[in-house]
Design a protein around this ligand. Structure first.
Ligand code: ADP
Length: 551
């Protein structure tokens, strides 16, 4: 029997229309570094997104499926592009402005971006690349910056505000197409922590369903009473889905633009009083050191979504003391990104909640997990059997983008023949569906036939009161194959010797796992999205650049 229900396409256009009307008064506040931030309502953003769509179509001739890239911080203009480009039937491609130049050029060429919208402050990064970007015909500059660096560029240069001013803001002024919900809407490349960047292309449908999931109480669960501080960059998997999710529910957004250092973040929180925030652990480590040295009022921010890499339990405890509850989430570019969120089940005391809070979290109905053992067997959810996590669901990728002119979709070994995404993450699942990751398959330390979790060691070291950060990587060892190397950053004015750190680990991890190679560093190198750069540390070690003590 056929259902009697309507088949209405789930599109970004629908979210835009809804947000700018029903939640027209909600605000996007962008930090300017000056006395007053820029404030723009969802209604205004919707109008400006319409102007942008009109300008892109009428003046730049952007047609269906053409790629419009952004090289931008988190700000209102970036949100406008988030809605205008997919809604007009083109594809928004967010570029990571922290990538090395060659990788950035490679990605722009692979995607064949035709237009780049760029913040003026980022021009010095873009200008030197332009000779190598033959597909880029138009550059739209938003905000102040030295535009002279674009002199002589082959691409046509436009000013964002001047372009918008010439076009209508009335929603009806653009002929928004009736889009198939399975069409491409947005693309984002993985940050390449363990390998080359890969292009993931999200559909209107996957964005729509993912946004609904972000708004579930089970997930971030925000409402129109909330303001979320979106620290996670809009180029890092769509700021974890927040710009689209907020337009569905009228959640106010506070955007830090380029002011991502701990001091301005602390000031933003004190002055604008967001109730929620989202960012990777290194941001919260930095902010903690800042507010410990210079106390600030963080009392508005009761909830934080933290993910992208494992959150050390010691960090959660430190923020608990400040009245800020860190909620752990796991995901990846290939999962849009939200997979799990660690809200504990009902009916538990605070003490009983703790073991749940430190997991990566519970799976929502639409992300189906399975654990695969080394021999390919499917493992039970007993919180003990460790295997590679595979997932499938309506916002999980089935292939990578093959690049302009090539095969549209590349299947790759990352996708199993029966349609699951192999995440490359190793962990266990509890009978009630909570995921605990022990490591990335590429980071796990294989010592004498046994596996050591680098994350477990890092968490144990970071629980030491004198330690600010610690990253552990596998290094070659004649006797054991691989052994852990601990790179440690001490807190300001702290002094502790390696023997004391080793002694601290006894009883916390198995004795044979305790590292014998240690090095103190000023800071752990980070990737373009703020994760520990373990590939980089292994390379430094191999090149003899680290002053390692062995004991
Ligand atoms: P890249 O793979 O280049 O780092 P992604 O941002 O897509 O780019 O990273 C996804 C990966 O980040 C996951 O596969 C996982 O290894 C790691 N990750 C994300 N969230 C968490 C978390 N909460 N705990 C541990 N690891 C995480």
């Amino acid at each position: 029997m056929l259902s009697t229900m309507q088949d209405v396409p789930l599109t970004v256009t629908r979210i835009l229309r809804h947000g700018m009307t029903i939640h027209g008064k909600a605000q996007v506040t962008t930090w300017t570094g000056e006395s007053e931030p820029q404030r723009r309502s969802f209604a205004e953003i919707g109008g400006r997104a319409t102007r942008l769509a009109n300008a892109l179509r009428d003046e730049l001739g952007v047609m269906d499926d053409e790629r419009v890239a952004t090289l931008m911080w988190n700000n209102a203009e970036h949100v406008e592009a988030y809605f205008a480009v997919p809604s007009m039937g083109a594809i928004l491609h967010t570029l990571n402005l922290r990538l090395p130049a060659e990788q950035l050029s490679w990605i722009v060429n692979h995607a064949a971006d035709r237009v780049i919208i760029v913040n003026g402050t980022v021009l010095p990064l873009l200008a030197p690349l332009l000779d190598d970007l033959p597909t880029v015909e138009h550059i739209i500059v938003s905000g102040a910056g030295d535009r002279a660096v674009l002199d002589g560029a082959a691409a046509e240069v436009h000013d964002y505000e001047e372009l918008l001013a010439r076009h209508s803001a009335a929603f009806e002024s653009f002929a928004w197409p009736e889009l198939d919900e399975r069409r491409a809407a947005l693309m984002c490349y993985t940050s390449g922590t363990t390998g080359d960047p890969k292009g993931v292309v999200f559909s209107h449908r996957s964005i729509y369903l993912h946004s609904m999931n972000v708004n579930q109480t089970e997930s971030m669960g925000l409402t129109d009473r909330d303001t979320t501080l979106v620290v996670v960059p809009q180029f890092h998997v769509n700021a974890w889905g927040l710009p689209h999710a907020t337009f569905m529910t009228g959640i106010n957004m506070l955007m830090p633009d380029r002011f991502l250092q701990p001091a301005p973040l602390a000031e933003m929180i004190e002055r604008e009083r967001p109730s929620h925030a989202a960012a990777v652990p290194t941001i919260w480590q930095g902010l903690l050191a800042e507010v410990t040295a210079h106390p600030r009022d963080l009392s508005s921010m009761t909830r934080v979504t933290i993910g992208g890499s494992a959150c050390p339990p010691a960090l959660m405890e430190a923020y608990d003391k400040l009245g800020v509850r860190l909620c752990h989430a796991w995901g990846m570019t290939e999962t849009s990104p939200l997979g799990t969120t660690s809200n504990p089940p009902a009916g538990l005391t605070e003490e009983e909640e703790w073991p749940y809070r430190i997991t990566q979290g519970r799976f929502p109905a639409s992300v189906e997990p399975r654990l695969v053992g080394p021999g390919g067997d499917i493992l039970p959810w007993d919180n003990e059997s460790a295997g590679e996590l595979e997932v499938r669901g309506p916002w999980v990728a089935r292939a990578y983008y093959g690049g302009a002119g090539g095969e549209e979709l590349v299947p790759e070994e990352k996708f199993s023949p029966d349609g699951w995404l192999r995440t490359g993450d190793v962990g266990v699942i509890s009978p009630d569906g909570y995921l605990t990751l022990t490591d990335r398959a590429k980071d796990v330390i294989k010592s004498g036939g046994e596996w050591i979790s680098s994350v477990e060691l890092e968490n144990a070291i970071m629980a030491h009161p004198e330690v600010a950060e610690a990253a552990v990587v596998a290094v070659p060892d004649d006797k054991w194959g691989e052994r852990p190397l601990a790179t440690v950053v001490l807190k300001e004015d702290a002094s502790v010797d390696y023997a004391a750190l080793k002694a601290f680990l006894v009883g916390k991890v198995a004795k044979w796992q305790v590292p014998e190679r240690w090095v103190l560093v000023e800071s752990v190198p980070k990737t373009s999205v703020g994760k520990f750069d373990k590939k980089g540390i292994r390379k430094q070690y191999a090149n003899g650049e680290l002053d390692v003590t062995r004991l």
